[in-house]
Write a protein that binds this ligand. Structure first.
Ligand code: HGY
Ligand code: MN
Ligand code: MN
Length: 437
């Protein structure tokens, strides 16, 4: 029986697939992406799943239900990482899903069970995030193809170099009729479960996020010969803006907005030259899109006011936008039942300040998430860690959640069949089904 120890050992094995050892880094359409897909496909097949790589580079596994071609309950997470990542953000959810598939391999479920390992949840390489899950949700945007990574390759070029055909990316899209719903297990990436000494949590909603590249344009000049009144220092303008951003987000409170500047570049970047340009990223998120957008509007106006007082100006490029996502109550109830069956009779609900593939999947099916405590809430850092007992309880809760959904389905099908309905058995097998790897 594949249990927690196997899941943790496999997380460690996956962590050794990296572009930057000993740091962990696996980005979309890289050799590490391909190697991770190959390794995880073996684990999926050992769990009794038939595997394929879809036309967006996601790794998929499927086992049919009582009859072939039933709609699928999809469970999974992502295999890509941020730079210098931890070993659990993404892989833990994929490997727990495989463990559940293995445990249920002899169950004749009233739906197909699919495990998916998305890629490019993080958006680390090209800027736009959730590329793999947005392809599955049928939301791929053509203007993404020209985005470039740090190596100067466009998404289109990297896609073809990986062996994928840009013209076929739409074939990764799934139909709502083919899906029962999507479940994702993920580390909490926050301190709340740890603070209450809880193993598991139930996600109510996922914060909507927007990402920008902001350019502040001033004028390069001589570090010695340029008097202050004549300076249009882009870096000082950016520093003022960045500290304002942190202040307004911090002041918005516990359930307000979260805004983070993760990258900054300065041009021309010489020790004795006043910076003429400062480019920095902004990641802004909130429980509701209204809160998030209002915060962004206020920040933009304030930066423009600051710039005008220094003779600099702001240019804005939006690189990513994902709406906040409510988790479906019937799936949340099933997860709550699963958590209760592990002995926690008062499951903790919380909203996710981290983004997840479930946000993209929410466009085409009902979604819900199970959180697993992570040590001191640390994530997006090599110190990211989980306890084995929490993974044991997480797999148990996950398995019980799938069985609860199957019970609900049988009750509904029973009622449906009794009422003479036949559509409950419909549902297309995905167009990309069949080994394309
Ligand atoms: O950025 C996030 O919230 C997620 O980890 N991709
Ligand atoms: Mn992440
Ligand atoms: Mn993640």
């Amino acid at each position: 029986m594949s249990g927690a120890r196997t899941v943790l050992d496999r997380c460690a094995e996956l962590a050794r697939i990296t572009a930057d050892a000993p740091r962990i880094e696996r980005v979309y359409l890289s050799a590490e992406h391909a190697a991770a897909n190959t390794l995880v496909a073996e684990w999926m097949e050992r769990a009794g799943l038939r595997t394929w790589q879809d036309t967006a580079g996601n790794l998929c596994g499927r086992r049919e239900g009582r009859i072939d071609g039933l709609p699928a309950l999809m469970i999974g997470s992502h295999l890509d990482t941020v730079p210098d990542a931890g070993a659990y953000d993404g892989p833990l959810g994929v490997l727990m899903a495989i463990a559940v598939a293995e445990r249920l391999r002899d169950h004749h479920l009233p739906f197909a069970l699919e495990v998916i390992a998305f890629n490019d949840e993080e958006g680390s390489r090209f800027g736009t995030a959730l590329l793999g899950s947005q392809a599955v949700a049928g939301r791929w945007q053509d203007h993404w193809w020209d985005q470039k990574g740090r190596d100067g390759l466009t998404l289109r070029r990297a896609f073809t170099d990986f062996g994928l055909d840009p013209g076929r990316v739409s074939e990764a899209a799934r139909t709502p009729a083919g899906l029962v719903g999507y479940l994702e297990a993920h580390i909490e990436q926050g301190p709340y479960l740890e603070a209450e000494d809880r193993s598991l949590g139930l996600v109510t909603a996922i914060a909507g996020a927007r990402r920008f590249r902001l350019s502040i344009l001033g004028e390069a000049g001589h570090a010695g010969g340029t008097p202050y009144p004549r300076r249009r220092d882009a870096l000082v303008s950016a520093c003022e803006a960045i500290t304002m951003i942190e202040r307004v987000a911090r002041e918005s409170g516990e359930n307000g907005c979260i805004a983070t500047v993760g990258q900054i570049q300065v041009q021309p970047g010489a020790v004795n030259v006043i910076p003429g340009q400062a480019d920095f990223t902004l990641d802004i998120r909130a429980a509701t899109d209204v809160q998030r957008d209002a915060m962004w509007d206020g920040i933009r106006v304030e930066i423009e006011r600051m710039c005008s007082s220094r003779g600099t100006r702001l240019e804005v490029f939006e690189t990513h936008s994902a709406p906040a996502c409510e988790c479906a109550s019937w799936l949340r109830d099933a997860i709550a039942t699963g958590i209760r069956r592990t002995g926690d009779d008062d499951p903790r609900s919380l909203w996710s300040k981290a983004g997840h593939d479930a946000m993209a999947m929410g466009a085409i099916c009902d979604v819900a998430m199970l959180f697993i405590r992570c040590r001191e809430g640390v994530s997006h850092h090599p110190a990211e860690d989980v306890r084995e007992i929490d993974v044991v309880r997480g797999i148990d809760a996950y398995e019980q959640t799938v069985l609860e959904i199957a019970r609900l389905y049988d009750v509904r099908d029973g009622a449906g069949a009794a009422a003479g309905r036949t559509d409950v058995r419909s549902g297309a097998v995905p167009a990309c089904f069949g080994r394309t790897r």
